[in-house]
Design a protein around this ligand. Sequence first.
Ligand code: NAI
Ligand code: MG
Length: 498
Amino acid sequence: MTAHAPRAPARHPFLDGKLKRMLIDGKWLEAASGKTFQSINPATGEVLADVAEGDAEDIDRAVEAARRAFEGPWSKVKPFERQAILLKFADLVDQHADELTELDTLDMGAPLSRTRNMRRRAVGLLRYYAGMATALHGETIENSLPGDVFSYTLKEPVGVVGAIIPWNAPLTSSLWKIGPALATGCTVILKPAEEAPLTPLLLGQLALEAGVPPGVLNVVPGYGETAGAALAKHMGVDKVAFTGSHFTGQKIVQASSFNLKRVSLELGGKSPDIVFADADLESAVPGAAMAVFANSGQICSAGTRLFVERKIYDEFTARVAEFSKTLRVGNGIDPDVMIGPLVSQEQLDRVTGYMSIGRQEGANPLSGGERMTDGDMAKGYFVPPTVFANVRDDMRIAQEEIFGPVISAIPFTDIDEVLGRANNTMFGLGSGVWTRDVNKAHRLARGIRAGSVWVNCYQAMDPAVPFGGYKMSGYGRESGIQHLEEYLNVKAVWIKTG
Ligand code: NAI
Ligand code: MG
């Protein structure tokens, strides 16, 4: 954005007009280069804050601090104390929930009607990982060696973790990386997305207040090509936990080869959402709509390929389009707004680009389909919920991740056919099935090649239930016991006695 954009009026305690510095080794620092960038409110185009712009030099400083903490004082902190710190952190996140969720709304556009609901998830994640901190354990294993040889395993923290996150849910995606790292005894360098760095910085402040020692959590805002790339290839980083596009995921894997660091990837999708004629349509209509329109479609597991059984196709798609017109679009700071702006000009260009591609390919927009510029909306990046009918599997809007509020509705005839077509994608993150027939539900739950299958619901999430991808949606799991394993090394110990 331009340097001439208007300043936002001071309306949030974190937006005090001061430079937002980066957190390294428990101290708030300017970038070594002295550079800054601006964070913009995508609903109004206003500048919210100037932010210190980290690059390779700052990443070096942060990695050194994280390494010192990991090998020094943090390694002596017992699980019980890590748990206490995480619980304190959870309480502070709970107490500051309004501030945190409003900052997400201001910085990346998701409406308060959505971000406020993230309080439960944010606090729940931290309390879950706090619990896990004292539940980690190795095993004693019987071996078949002659004589008395005793063998057991130790679970050890993997070390210094680089966490690179996108802009679509800054509060919860930060905690989804910080939680397991702190629970297992790792240290972290969190690199927020350049589009939405503010909430991660406020979390850094609360973490210090909660007693997270210096160097254990470092927050370094900056651009992907500089700060992100430096973290991904850094010889002093033991693991990178990444969420974002599959293009960047591929670069991260390449960069990780320098020291063969461990990588977990939570990437994009083109998730199928399958509606049978026998479904409860009263819940399937809003369910299928919000599976895509929530967060303006900026969710990795959005159910964007809407397969509808042919005999209800016209009726169902018309009802989803009608429903979509009832969703209020606007500045998400208004509590009645359901659909906020897209995060940036870049995403606006991308999504409106796909809307014209869809029309050129012959798809028929039943609702939406163009940028909204009425009144104040011209200052932000607004697009309405859009339902494309007459979509064929081979159209680009049926194959590529749009990351906007765009449904591609495709008719199908029977279950075998729809299963094959649902799996005909390079991605495998989420999926939905709407039916009253338990047989169909089980068949598809088995057959769909994706990390999550939601039956008669969509986007259900819980800190205890693993989430992640098949195929090009990535590898590794977040949430659940599997998530902790991603941050642990297993050591085998052999002791010969007698
Ligand atoms: P991105 O993948 O470029 O950005 C995600 C994070 O990676 C940001 O923190 C960014 O600074 C960092 N990054 C970028 N390039 C990097 C590099 N070379 N090395 C290390 N880190 C790097 O995604 P972007 O550009 O924000 O969005 C583009 C598209 O990606 C979206 O339209 C959407 O299709 C997809 N996407 C998917 C997400 C998901 O949750 N699966 C989240 C964000 C974007
Ligand atoms: Mg980018």
